[in-house]
Ligand binder design. Sequence first.
Ligand SMILES: *Cc1c(COP(=O)(O)O)cnc(C)c1O
Length: 335
Amino acid sequence: MNQQTIDLRSDTVTVPDDAMRRVMASAEVGDDVYNEDPTVNRLQAFTAELTGHERALFFPSGTQSNLAAMMSHCARGEEYIVGMNAHTYKDEAGGAAVLGSIQPQPIEFESDRTLCLEKVRSHIKDDDVHHAPTRLFALENTCGGRSLPMEYLRDASAFASEKGLSFHLDGARLFNAVVAESVSAKDITGLFDSVSICLSKGLGAPIGSMLAGSKEFIHKAHRWRKMVGGGMRQVGPLAAAGLYALEHNVDRISDDHERAHRLACALLDVEGIAVNDDCAHTNMVFISCTDNKALISHCADHGLKIGGDIRLVTHKDISDADIDRAVEIIAAFFD
Ligand SMILES: *Cc1c(COP(=O)(O)O)cnc(C)c1O
């Protein structure tokens, strides 16, 4: 029996399907450094409209999009407040600090992955020569597989305005949050000054992220993008994949959430496994057992790849049958 490997490490592993490849192959192109790629321009206009912001800009990665956002909000020697395990603090190689000379003020997450606004308040630096002035408050949604409650987002937005802080969303998985909360993208993105969205996660495009914000903000971000080497030329085919993803792959995210839910429920019945929160909030299931390493290598030996932390992520290229087989493979480890 030679079955294909099931890859649950991340939703970044999806490959473009035939329909996406067709729009890529036929995309109109031009030199985007001259703002002359019509497909990139369409993607940017579409994203601005979708998020309710004035402008949007196409980036090769979410790391670069977040970096340009942080550098546009904060000057050298200023500070951003961020979650302790947030991607913009922990998983972007320290870019804001190294390239932007922006100081992070990390804060521990609450168990629901929100940042307690009282704690945030207590870390805002006042106007004192000892301090790096706090300019930016950054959230992530979804965060660790959880969508942040809408009420919290509204409170955090009001709090940021009251404190005069810019408010940025790392919305790498914005549409997982949109689907989980049954809201529109605008309902979330409208609460922030800027938002970064990955096209290459659950949306299934091969590459790309979008940054949205005001005209003035995107103008600044555009210069930072150029400086860090993100000026791109005839990238219409990549933008076409992104447009296709935004137009066709948002509604299907609910299938990923259902499959993650089914996976979590099935694993709850496997003796020896602990499932975080006893459930999946969006498209991620976090599990653990007494020997995580051995479980991961057992899975790899049986054609199932799972994330090191141990994370199982559902996505476009995972079927119901894949979920059944994943459960069988994992359960066999405990037999
Ligand atoms: C994937 C991801 C990013 C961006 O990552 P790239 O690989 O640089 O596109 C940013 N934030 C979060 C939360 C992510 O999961």
